[in-house]
Design a protein around this ligand. Structure first.
Ligand code: PLP
Length: 388
C-alpha cells in the first residue's frame, strides 16, 4: 500500500506535522467524525468523558477549552455550550422539568424565556408561574411541592429590577428547589453567582463574551456533578452542537472582555448621568442609579454594571414621539442584543410585556457601545431636541 493513486492522495495523508507547536490561540478543530486508534478504543470511549473524544457533537479540543475557561471564569466546575443563549435556557428546562412539575419565573424575565415557559405550560404539562422580581425571600410562599426550578435574572434586561438572589437561594435551598440564573447582564464579571448560592448559571455568550455582534452561543455552568450530568444528558439528547469557528470567536473575545465591560460601564454611567439631567427623561433604570428598583441590592452584591440600561420618558411624550426620537438617532442603531462595540436603542411596550407595570412613560433601552461618549451624547441631544 505504499504507492497510492492520486485521488487517494487527495483525500488522505500519513503526514503529521511536528509536535511542539505552541501559540496563544486555541486551535480550531472542525470535526463531525473523530478517528479512533482501533476498535477497542472506539468501544472503550464514553461520550460523557471530557478526557477523550467520540464525535464532533460531543466535543473537540476547541469546545472543551472554551467550556473549561467559562467554568473557571464563573467560579464553577462544569460547563456545556449551546448554539444560542436561548438554547441554553431550553436545555436547562428540559433537563430538569417533567410533566407535573412547576417552574417559577420572574415577571421581568428575558421574553423568549417567558415564551418558552408558556409553551411548556400549554404543551408539556409543566406549570410556569411568574413572580415579582423584587420578591426576595417572599418566594417561600410561592414554592409548592411540585416546584422544581426557580429562574432568576440579575437584573431583568429591559426593566432592570435587581433581585435579591441570596435571599431567593436561601429559601430555595431550604425547600430543595434549584435556582438558575441568567447572568448575561453581569457577564460573569460583575456578579459572582455561585458565591451567592445559585445552582446553575446561564450565559448568552452572544453578548459580552463574543463582543463582536457576530456570534450566537450560550453556556450552562454548574458546580454540582449530578446536576451537570442531568444537563449533559439533555445536551446530548437535544443534539446541542456549536461550530468550531464560532467557538474560536468567543475564545478570542475573552482576554478583552473585562476591559470592554469596564469601558461599557464607564460610558453607560456617564450617559445615564447626562440623561438624568434632561427634562424629557422621567426615570433612569440603571442598577447603579437610585431610581432603579433593587439599587441597594446591586450595591451590596455587584461590583460593576456594564453597558445596558433603560430610560423612561416623561409621560407627556407619546409612543409616536419616542419612536421618532429613536428614528432620529444616527450613531445609535435600532436593533436587539447588546454587548458589542456599537450603541443600540430599542423601544419596549411594557404594558404588553408585564402583568404589573407601575409607569406611564415610554421605555427605551440603550446599549452603550465603545464609541466616544461625547459623540453619543451629541447624538442623543440632537434627537431629544427634535422630540417635541
Ligand atoms: C440575548 C439574551 C439571551 C439569549 O441569547 P441568544 O444567544 O440571543 O439566544 C438570554 N438572556 C438574556 C438576558 C439575553 O440578553
Amino acid at each position: 500500500m505504499d504507492k497510492k493513486h492520486l485521488q487517494t492522495l487527495l483525500t488522505t495523508t500519513d503526514y503529521r506535522p511536528p509536535d511542539g507547536f505552541t501559540a496563544f490561540p486555541t486551535a480550531i478543530h472542525h470535526a463531525s467524525t473523530v478517528i479512533f486508534k482501533d476498535v477497542a478504543a472506539l468501544r472503550a470511549r464514553n461520550w460523557q468523558d471530557k478526557n477523550a473524544y467520540t464525535y464532533g457533537l460531543h466535543g473537540t479540543p476547541t469546545t472543551f477549552t472554551l467550556e473549561a475557561r467559562l467554568a473557571e471564569i464563573e467560579g464553577g466546575t462544569h460547563c456545556l455550550l449551546a448554539p444560542s443563549g436561548l438554547a441554553a435556557i431550553a436545555m436547562i428546562d428540559l433537563a430538569l422539568l417533567s410533566t407535573g412539575d412547576e417552574v417559577l419565573l420572574p415577571d421581568n424575565v428575558y421574553n423568549p424565556n417567558r415564551e418558552l415557559g408558556n409553551w411548556l405550560s400549554e404543551s408539556f404539562g409543566i406549570t410556569a408561574r411568574y413572580y415579582d422580581p423584587l420578591i426576595g425571600e417572599g418566594i417561600a410562599e410561592l414554592i409548592q411541592s411540585n416546584t422544581r426550578l426557580i429562574w432568576t435574572e440579575a437584573p431583568g434586561s429591559v426593566s432592570m429590577e435587581v433581585p435579591d438572589i441570596p435571599a431567593i437561594c436561601r429559601v430555595a435551598k431550604e425547600k430543595n428547589v434549584l435556582v438558575a440564573l441568567d447572568n448575561t447582564w453581569a457577564a460573569g464579571l460583575a456578579f459572582r453567582a455561585f458565591d451567592h448560592g445559585v445552582d446553575i448559571v446561564m450565559q448568552a455568550l452572544t453578548k459580552y463574551h463574543s463582543g463582536g455582534s457576530d456570534v450566537l452561543m450560550g453556556a450552562v455552568i454548574t458546580r454540582a456533578k449530578d446536576l451537570h450530568q442531568k444537563i449533559e444528558r439533555a445536551h446530548m439528547r437535544l443534539g446541542m452542537g456549536v461550530s468550531a469557528d464560532d467557538t474560536f470567536l468567543v475564545l478570542r473575545g475573552l482576554p478583552t472582555m473585562k476591559l470592554r465591560f469596564e469601558a461599557h460601564d464607564r460610558s453607560a454611567r456617564e450617559i445615564a448621568t447626562w440623561l438624568k439631567s434632561r427634562s424629557e427623561i422621567a426615570h433612569i433604570l440603571h442598577p447603579a442609579f437610585e431610581d432603579c428598583p433593587g439599587h441597594a441590592t446591586w450595591k451590596r452584591d455587584f461590583t460593576s454594571a456594564g453597558g445596558l440600561f433603560s430610560v423612561l420618558f416623561d409621560p407627556r411624550f407619546t409612543e409616536a414621539q419616542t419612536d421618532r426620537f429613536i428614528d432620529n438617532l444616527k450613531l445609535f442603531k435600532i436593533g436587539y442584543s447588546w454587548g458589542g462595540a456599537n450603541s443600540l436603542a430599542v423601544p419596549y411596550c411594557m404594558a404588553a410585556m408585564r402583568k404589573q407595570w407601575p409607569h406611564q412613560g415610554q421605555l427605551v433601552r440603550l446599549n452603550i457601545g465603545l464609541e466616544d461618549t461625547r459623540d453619543l451624547i451629541a447624538d442623543l441631544e440632537q434627537a431629544l431636541a427634535r422630540l417635541a
